[in-house]
Design a protein around this ligand. Structure first.
Ligand SMILES: CC(C)(COP(=O)(O)OP(=O)(O)OC[C@H]1O[C@@H](n2cnc3c(N)ncnc32)[C@H](O)[C@@H]1OP(=O)(O)O)[C@@H](O)C(=O)NCCC(=O)NCCSC(=O)C[C@H](O)C(=O)O
Ligand SMILES: [Mg+2]
Length: 280
């Protein structure tokens, strides 16, 4: 992973103050939202505010712009606007199939694309969406998915697990970034911490967030712990020593270490390095 996506903060592009504030917030990435967080009457003004904001310096934070769907009255203008914008990626909402990506790719020839995974059809077509050559990342849209499923919000996210799993498998199969959905109760730190831990355990790269108060929790949850970094170093050293003795297996803390574990250990160290680089 070239850069971390532990914390991916949504900001309504109509909110100039929040966009200014984000230049110094400890977010790995920012989603400047032209879609659901912007009222219909503010769509055009939000585009102008966003163009002005993106002239500013967001440092190492990835700048992702979420457009409206092409089938809406604002989508085509958003796409044309993004074609001339210096953003790191364009995020397309409610992607049902790879054909949805083709349509946006034709209007935005250069910028990497990301897909909101938030419809039942999108879940079922996750593999073809993840395989799209212009796609760089996926974002779970668990609010829209819950709406489409008519499911209830539960702390264990049982109704979401099939969709989360399908998208994770698709993203990992094609080497794409995948970020978990938002936690709506932005004043409930314990609830957020538990949901971040679940997302990290499942294999997500990070979590989308709606408020700056959520950043520290996500950054901690999706970073390797000191214990994981220490273990990774010891596994690499032990395996190297075993190899020097002509063995293919080492033992660390009573557990076997093989080639595949060394690969995971190297990824852990790379991830820690990328996170340290974010801090400057
Ligand atoms: C949820 C909010 C409406 C709360 O706003 P507010 O009441 O203004 O919060 P605070 O007073 O606590 O704000 C304190 C300061 O922090 C700044 N702030 C607030 N939110 C953000 C933000 N997202 N990014 C950057 N800065 C932010 C305020 O400006 C205050 O600053 P200061 O003036 O210095 O005190 C609000 O947080 C909000 O609008 N959040 C984003 C909502 C959003 O983007 N929703 C759409 C994305 S979620 C989604 O669509 C998911 C998906 O599609 C799905 O289907 O699941
Ligand atoms: Mg949504």
């Amino acid at each position: 992973m070239a850069r971390p996506y532990r914390s991916v903060l949504y900001i309504p592009a109509a909110n100039a103050r929040a966009m200014e504030k984000a230049q110094t917030l400890p977010a790995d990435a920012i989603i400047f939202d032209l879609e659901d967080a912007v009222a219909p009457a503010e769509k055009a003004a939000a585009r102008n505010a966003l163009a002005a904001a993106l002239a500013n310096d967001y440092g190492p934070r990835a700048r992702i712009v979420r457009i409206n769907g092409l089938a809406t009255e604002w989508g085509p203008d958003d796409a044309r606007f993004c074609a001339s914008l210096r953003a790191d990626a364009v995020l397309i909402p409610k992607v049902d199939s790879a054909a949805d990506l083709d349509r946006v790719a034709a209007l935005i020839p250069d910028t990497p694309l990301w897909a909101m995974m938030e419809t039942p059809l999108g879940m079922l077509n996750a593999a073809q969406i993840a395989a799209h050559p212009r796609l760089e990342g996926m974002v779970m849209g668990t609010n829209d998915l819950a709406k489409e499923l008519n499911s209830r919000f539960r702390p264990d996210r049982l109704p979401m697990l099939a969709g989360l799993g399908l998208c994770l498998l698709a993203a990992k199969a094609h080497g794409k970034v995948i970020v978990d959905g938002v936690f709506n109760a932005f004043k409930d730190d314990e609830g957020l911490r538990a949901e971040c831990a679940q997302g990290r355990d499942m294999g997500f790269d990070g979590k989308t967030l709606i408020h700056p108060a959520q950043l520290a929790i996500a950054n901690e949850a999706f970073a390797p712990t000191d214990a994981e970094i220490d273990l990774a170093r010891r596994q690499i050293d032990a395996f190297r020593a075993a190899e020097a003795e002509g063995k293919g297996v080492a033992v660390v803390d009573g557990r076997i270490v093989e080639n595949l574990h060394v690969e995971t250990a190297r990824k852990t160290l790379d991830r820690a390095k990328a996170i340290a680089a974010m801090a400057g």
